[in-house]
Design a protein around this ligand. Structure first.
Ligand code: G16
Length: 541
């Protein structure tokens, strides 16, 4: 009898809140944690289906709301190679999440099983982890109920950063294959990147410490753990000062600190007491975003955001490939979104002479586009990104016989970078060490890095409207196609400012619409952002 079906029985404990419609957004489901139990239960079922469909490969489930406030939570799925869930499956996630009853849920589950030709006799295997939010353990119970009800084998990795779960998922699925990625443990992650960091640094020296604000999230304890695997400053290693790593009081998560705070407010966390020119960095709540910044001697604040990390990485990797003798064989490309500062795009195309592709927001889109290059550097301006090396590029880098000591040295560094960089997804800890390696090689401080180009002043705003879903975009989110007439108003405003550019899009992680504006001067950028925000408010009532 269907009422005895374990999926239906367990689902009864996690009823869907009535009159709520859920959507798999930019990074999975994300909302007030109190609304998420049924969603997490159903995501557990989908993870089981996905694993069975892929012949028992491990699927990752991460419970986190990353940069969102402490009362929110979220859940996202990780595909076998550590990538974000394949796009077509997001629709199935949304359908399952919105099934109006336990019985309807079972019917959709069964229909997906047959429509997708899923062999029910295949094993289902899931690995999962969570960030430090207070709601995490409760949501894990909902996930476990789904894994039990669907007969899924699972491993609970407890507290991890999101990129650590992506790494472990890939390691598990590639074990004993030619594409082995590393030891599928948290310890294996630290060992791999610490060894690569040492090899990539070589004999270079670090110019003073870096202070890392961990957003009072899971990145704090994990960075402290990583530091144990790195050489200490007295051994010539990097000194990392950890701040904002209070995970005992969950309400402090992302509060007045973290990468999103720094990027959005364009100022350091109020708790920061950094000396002039000292390197500072901020992670976000699940340590997949990284932001650098420093104060000048005259106390002016300078942000070194995702665009800066992308340009630094593209410059360095391009030079290394050339110096190793692989310049003709390995083509580097950069992927950005509409949020990329116009000056960064000009620098990449005109100074670095590298191709740039623009995709919609969401690492899933950037990652996919980056895999089309031999070496794809992708970063969102908010600091979320990484570098991916194609199989061919890895083979060429691995097999090339250097023709001189200089080539050998560049090749060694390049090889080390392929291990240092978490190629599964943007990873703030791995990105932090990547930036530090590059700065050490170049003997640059944050000032020299900042001098590579001059950002156009910009402003990012967040507007709450009655229904953000009425704001629909086209052209990689650079234009609004609805509500009708709004884009024309934005265009008319933009036309009044020198180097003006602005766009509007609905957030996929928050109940808000985002407004981005840039222009030739700070005053003009602020003014343009405020005027476009007014247009949005009027259209959104
Ligand atoms: C997530 C996504 C990012 C995206 C960000 C903001 O980051 O992974 O790709 O840029 O949300 O998205 P939106 O503007 O749609 O709200 P995180 O760090 O919060 O997981």
């Amino acid at each position: 009898m269907t009422s005895q079906n374990p999926i239906v029985l367990a689902s009864a404990k996690y009823p869907k809140p009535a009159e709520r419609t859920f959507q798999y957004g930019t990074a999975g489901f994300r909302m007030k944690a109190s609304l998420l139990d049924s969603v997490v239960y159903r995501v557990g079922l989908l993870a089981a289906l996905r694993s069975r469909k892929l012949n028992g490969q491990r699927i990752g489930v991460m419970i986190t709301a990353s940069h969102n406030p402490p009362e929110d939570n979220g859940v996202k799925l990780v595909d076998p190679m550590g990538e974000m869930l394949e796009g077509s499956w997001e629709t199935y996630a949304t359908t399952l999440a919105n099934a109006p009853s336990d019985q309807a849920l079972l019917e959709i589950y069964d229909k997906l099983t047959s429509d997708l030709n899923i062999k029910t006799e295949n094993k289902a295997r899931v690995v999962f982890a969570r960030d430090t939010r207070a709601s995490g353990p409760r949501l894990v119970s909902a996930l476990l109920a789904a894994l039990e009800a669907s007969g899924t084998e699972y491993t609970d990795y407890k507290l991890l950063t999101t990129p650590q779960l992506h790494y472990i998922t890939r390691c598990l699925n590639t074990k004993s294959t030619p594409y082995e990625y590393g030891e599928p443990t948290e310890q294996g992650y630290y060992q791999k990147i610490a060894a690569a960091f040492k090899a990539a640094t070589g004999t270079r020296k670090f110019n003073g410490p870096v202070t890392v604000d961990c957003a009072n999230g899971v990145g704090g304890p994990k960075l402290r753990e990583l530091i144990k695997y790195l050489s200490s400053a007295s051994e010539g290693g990097l000194e990392i000062k950890v701040v904002n790593d209070n995970v005992v009081e969950p309400e402090r998560l992302n509060h007045q600190c973290g990468a999103d705070f720094v990027k959005t407010n364009q100022r350091p966390p109020p708790s920061s007491h950094a000396a002039p020119s000292a390197r500072c960095a901020s992670l976000d709540g699940d340590a997949d975003r990284l932001m650098y910044y420093f104060n000048d001697s005259d106390s002016s604040f300078h942000l070194l955001d995702g665009d800066r990390i992308a340009t630094l990485a593209a410059l360095f990797i391009g030079d290394l490939a050339r110096n190793a003798g692989l310049g003709e064989k390995i083509k580097v490309g950069v992927v950005q979104t509409a949020y990329a500062n116009g000056a960064s795009t000009s620098y990449i195309t005109q100074d670095l002479r590298l191709p740039v592709v623009c995709t919609p927001t969401g690492v899933k889109h950037l990652h996919h586009a980056a895999t089309r290059f031999d070496v794809g550097v992708y970063f969102e301006a908010n600091g979320h990104g990484t570098v991916v090396f194609s199989d061919l590029a890895l083979k060429r880098i691995g097999k090339y016989e250097p023709q001189s000591p200089a080539q050998a040295s560049a090749l060694d560094t390049l090889r080390a970078l392929t291990a240092l960089i978490n190629q599964t997804v943007g990873d703030a800890l791995s990105d932090l060490l990547l930036v530090e390696v590059i700065l050490a090689h170049k003997a640059w401080g944050p000032k020299e890095w900042h001098l590579t180009y001059t950002d156009l002043p910009n402003r990012l705003g967040r507007i709450e409207v009655a229904d953000r879903n009425i704001f629909k975009t086209t052209d990689a989110e650079r234009k609004l196609e609805s509500p009708p007439g709004v884009q024309a108003q934005i265009d008319a405003l933009v036309g009044k400012y020198k180097n003006g550019r602005s766009f509007v899009r609905a957030s996929g992680t928050e109940e808000a619409v985002r407004v981005y504006a840039e222009a030739a001067t700070r005053g003009e950028a602020d003014d343009l952002a405020a005027k476009v925000a007014d247009v949005v408010k009027r259209a959104g009532v």
